[in-house]
Write a protein that binds this ligand. Structure first.
Ligand code: PLP
Length: 387
């Protein structure tokens, strides 16, 4: 065997030893919340399709019709082939939902963050970020070559102290946070962060991948509690509650024009296929016009938490912390035996010692199934801990 294959095998063996090797399991979607794996039907409590819009008839029809009319792929970058008319319609809807001048759609949320952050700050500038910010926000920060300072999760005093210490010595500054934290489900204190950022001439950017369609009446974490917090850079994804694929930034006109001119994943990567863009448009229309649908995922998560006397959730993501990776894997296997799919989340996705089950609730979950899940978690996962 050559050195490359030997390297890969040794690395995988070391990860397997620590229960950190990952593998793919063939899993076919089957209805709004069902999947089929190993020939068995399971109810999934781990999808980010919070409104089940990937399965909505109007969304699927939009994708099919656009594909029939315009084809399966985009052909090139939006700056090269010419901008498909569907993009303007999608970006208008995003800007309206978020209350900004305009929006820029990227190939994915990950690509959006890789493009936005280095377009706004660089060497000699400052980035201050929450320690639990998503991996792609951190990756965007490292591509920027700016100084990066990390504050303790949701710790406003720490964020402010870092800005007080470092802001003066740097040119431009960005404050980065998830709006809804992907693995914990809690909200960032967006209004307070906006105040701190403004006081230190720093631009606040929220990653609202888990906020759009679910919190703030579907408009995201800048709208929680009814009032709008001015967040100049609202980023998110079309791949979760929107049920389709892609990423976006909502911001003021000159900012969006700069991003379209300078963000490398926008310039050097192919535009999204027409069917995907059309699906996002149809899904955003449903989100804007169906408040009951938008409210459902958090209501389902609250029902589950109440059954277990867990604190009331702030989003439809509910973590059950178990500690060691093997404990999370065992709990996931136990649930699969009971007909429920919940993937174990292990480091480095979450910090060392905090492996967990990450349960997500969607509009289409049946209350009876949620009750049954709560009972299994109580009797066979949580009670075991207390002994
Ligand atoms: C999923 C996720 C992303 C990436 O979005 P994709 O469209 O899936 O690439 C970015 N940020 C957060 C917080 C996420 O959870």
């Amino acid at each position: 065997m050559d050195t490359l294959e030997r390297f890969a095998e040794a690395k995988l063996a070391a990860l397997a030893e620590r229960k950190l090797r990952r593998s793919l399991h063939e899993t076919a979607p089957c209805g709004p919340v069902g999947v089929k794996r190993n020939g068995r039907a399971l109810i999934s409590f781990c999808s980010n399709d919070y409104l089940n819009l990937s399965q909505h008839p109007a969304v699927k029809r939009a994708a099919v019709e656009a594909t029939e009319r315009w084809g399966a792929g985009a052909g090139a970058s939006r700056l090269v082939t010419g901008n498909h008319p569907l993009f303007a319609a999608l970006e208008r809807r995003l800007a309206r939902l978020k209350g900004t001048d305009d929006a820029c759609v990227f190939g994915s949320g990950y690509l959006a963050n890789l493009g936005i952050v280095p377009s706004l700050v660089g060497a000699g500038d400052l980035i201050v970020a929450d320690e639990l910010s998503h991996a792609c926000l951190r990756a965007g920060a490292s591509l920027a070559h700016a100084r990066v300072e990390i504050f303790r999760h949701n710790d406003l005093d720490h964020a402010e102290a870092l800005l007080a210490e470092h802001r003066a010595g740097h040119g431009r500054a960005l404050l980065l946070t998830d709006g809804v934290f992907s693995m914990d489900g809690d909200l960032a204190p967006v209004a307070a962060l906006a105040g701190i950022a403004a006081a230190h001439d720093t631009w606040l950017m929220t990653d609202d991948a888990h906020g759009i369609g679910v919190v703030g009446g579907g408009r995201g974490s800048s709208f929680v509690g009814g009032a709008k917090t001015e967040v100049p850079l609202q980023m998110g994804t079309l791949s979760k509650a929107v049920g389709s694929y892609g990423g976006y930034l909502c911001a003021a006109q000159p900012v969006i024009d700069l991003i379209r001119t300078r963000a490398r994943p926008f310039i050097y990567s192919t535009g999204l296929p027409p069917g995907v863009v059309a699906a996002s448009i149809a899904a955003l229309d449903l989100i804007a016009n169906d408040p009951d649908l938008v409210a459902a995922p958090l209501r389902k998560a609250s029902f589950f938490c109440a059954r277990l006397n867990l604190p009331a959730p702030e989003s439809c993501i509910v973590p059950i912390l178990l500690g060691a990776p093997e404990r999370a894997l065992a709990a996931s296997r136990l649930l699969e035996d009971e007909g429920v799919l919940v993937t174990a989340i292990r480091p480095p996705t979450v910090p060392e010692g905090t492996a967990r089950l990450r349960l997500t609730f969607s509009a289409g979950h049946d209350d009876g199934d949620i009750e049954r899940l709560a009972e299994i978690v109580r009797a066979r996962i949580l009670d075991r801990d207390e002994r």
